[in-house]
Design a protein around this ligand. Structure first.
Ligand code: KG4
Ligand code: ZN
Length: 492
């Protein structure tokens, strides 16, 4: 028991309010996820065609407490069930009615194991309980939307100040990387949705879930044993492909990052989002575009593969986006006066990590949030499907080719891939298809293995932050709550 640690992790960098609990031993051989709760804001932002920063921040403030409470409650149930540990978050019978979240006496765990209800008592007891049950609190400190990050960071600082539990600051990109270290014994199954009450209005309120984008639901990942591959071996190459970043990172050991290439303009996910908007698809664009592309011909249009043959490991996707725009315009599918550089859905997270140059999507604007793209009405037409498939293929060809070349040139033993875009099945298949991976000159056998983040951990979540946090914690990288600050432009 002595060497077992638990981290409560919190992620609020963009439009997902997420919390998780992971358990691990000091040697980090196994990291056991006990809970992972995500409240997505997709329904909120969908009407604007992108993330509306101020609304995102407000929604995080409303959801952070119930989401963290839910993650702690589920962890308690799972640890009890699996007898992982006697000293758990389980409440004694005396406390059952009074289990509050530290600093928030208005909330208490009620008779239903996952329900919260108001109370005024025993704040000190729950502080002690959390103190005894959680070894550290990890939180995403950046990069991301300043107003979103600050909610998670301030909540974590408050918990730390009230309980004395050490804080661990995690870079959001580390979360995407460490999603690949979830462990050989962990399986992330289906997401289940459930209702939990809102802190202000005690009526049961649903949280958003990407499966059901019109109602608010909270989703929880379920875990069990399975045969995920063993952990990646160093030196390794990490490809991060998200809405705000596209980069190749060389890691010689844990928590050691050397960025060897990144996008010079749009991130891959950002490009998916922008092209999806041109095609009249709803936010978030990536999954919608993938769906549309399924029935299209990826060879129908020969879109540019920018920087495919450049000697460096950088990427560029804005030319591709513009090529799609001109193709649509030449086909009469967008207004000839439309501007190819429309306000992007996720411009808040630029490649340089700067999130201050955000212009929020126009309030009450048309779908697409102020975009000046007239929507092609026949968004399901064969042409649009072919354009979607051809665009997607162009992005994937560049990502796959450059990543493999970098891996071969650097002689790494593993490639790991994280970030929202690796949820894309065509990219997953392309990276795993041996026929699509040519051997390097003089190479008889590929010298590296490829690991892809489990799909459930590709997009933003707190579990990945908890895994990265575990590595930081064991290395002694804690930070006093007085010193932690959200940093929208935090670099890896
Ligand atoms: O990592 P993530 O959740 O958030 C950021 O850190 O940005 O990534 C979100 C990005 C969005 O741009 C979204 O469109 C893209 O990942 N994405 C996809 C897919 N699922 C999410 N792109 C292509 N295909 C998908 N299936
Ligand atoms: Zn992300």
């Amino acid at each position: 028991m002595k060497n077992i640690h638990r981290i409560l992790s919190i992620e609020t960098s963009c439009d997902e309010t997420a919390a998780a609990v992971v358990e691990f031993q000091a040697n980090l051989d196994t990291i056991t996820p006990l809970s992972s709760v995500i409240a997505s804001q997709i329904p909120l932002h969908k009407q604007y065609g992108g993330v509306y920063p101020e609304m995102a921040s407000r929604a995080h403030s409303q959801k952070i407490l119930p989401v963290v409470s839910e993650a702690l409650a589920i962890a308690k149930i799972r640890s009890t069930k699996h007898e992982v540990r006697k000293m758990s978050l389980r409440a004694t019978s005396e406390e059952r009615g009074n289990l509050t979240v530290s600093g928030h006496p208005e909330l208490v765990e009620g008779s239903g194991p996952r329900l919260l209800r108001p109370t005024g008592a025993r704040n000190d007891k729950i502080s002690a309980k959390i103190r005894n049950s959680v070894t550290a609190i990890a939180v995403t400190a950046g990069p991301g939307l300043a107003g979103s990050l600050i909610v998670g960071v301030e909540f974590a600082r408050g918990l730390s100040a009230a309980t004395g539990i050490p804080l661990v600051a995690v870079n959001h990109l580390e979360g995407h990387i460490y999603a690949n270290f979830v462990g050989a014994n962990s399986k992330l199954q289906d997401t289940s949705s459930k209702q939990i009450p809102n802190s202000k209005n005690q009526k049961s309120k649903q949280f958003p879930n990407s499966n059901n984008q019109n109602s608010e639901q909270v989703c929880d990942l379920v875990f069990g044993a399975c045969d995920l591959p063993l952990k990646p071996v160093f030196p390794l190459l990490a490809l991060v492909v998200s809405g705000g970043h596209t980069m190749l990172v060389l890691m010689r050991k844990h928590l050691d990052y050397k960025i060897i290439g990144s996008t010079l303009d749009d991130a891959a996910g950002e490009c998916f989002d922008k092209v999806a908007r041109m095609l009249g698809l709803p936010y978030p664009g990536g999954p919608a575009l993938e769906k549309l592309a399924r029935e299209g011909n990826p060879k129908a249009y020969d879109f540019p593969r920018s920087m495919l043959h450049s000697k460096d490991f950088n990427f560029s996707f804005s030319g591709l986006k513009t090529a799609v725009f001109y193709k649509l315009r030449s086909l009469g599918l967008v207004d000839s006066h439309a501007n190819p550089i429309s306000p992007p859905a996720r411009e808040y997270k630029l490649a340089n990590g700067n999130s201050n140059s955000v212009s929020p999507p126009a309030r009450g604007g048309a779908r697409g949030g102020g975009s000046n793209y007239p929507r092609p009405s026949a968004s399901t037409s064969a042409t649009i499907r072919d354009i979607a498939a051809s665009f997607q293929q162009a992005v994937i060809d560049v990502l796959v080719a450059k990543t493999l070349r970098a891996a071969q040139e650097l002689g790494v033993k593993s490639i790991i891939v994280g970030g929202g875009v690796i949820a894309n099945s065509v990219l997953r298949d392309a990276l795993q298809d041996p026929h699509k991976l040519p051997l390097a000159k003089g190479e008889s056998k590929r010298g590296f293995k490829i690991y892809l983040s489990p799909r459930e951990l590709a997009t933003d979540n707190a579990l990945s932050i908890g895994i990265a946090g575990a590595y930081h914690f064991i290395k002694g990288n804690t930070i006093p709550w007085q010193k932690l600050d959200a940093n929208a432009s935090l670099r890896l």
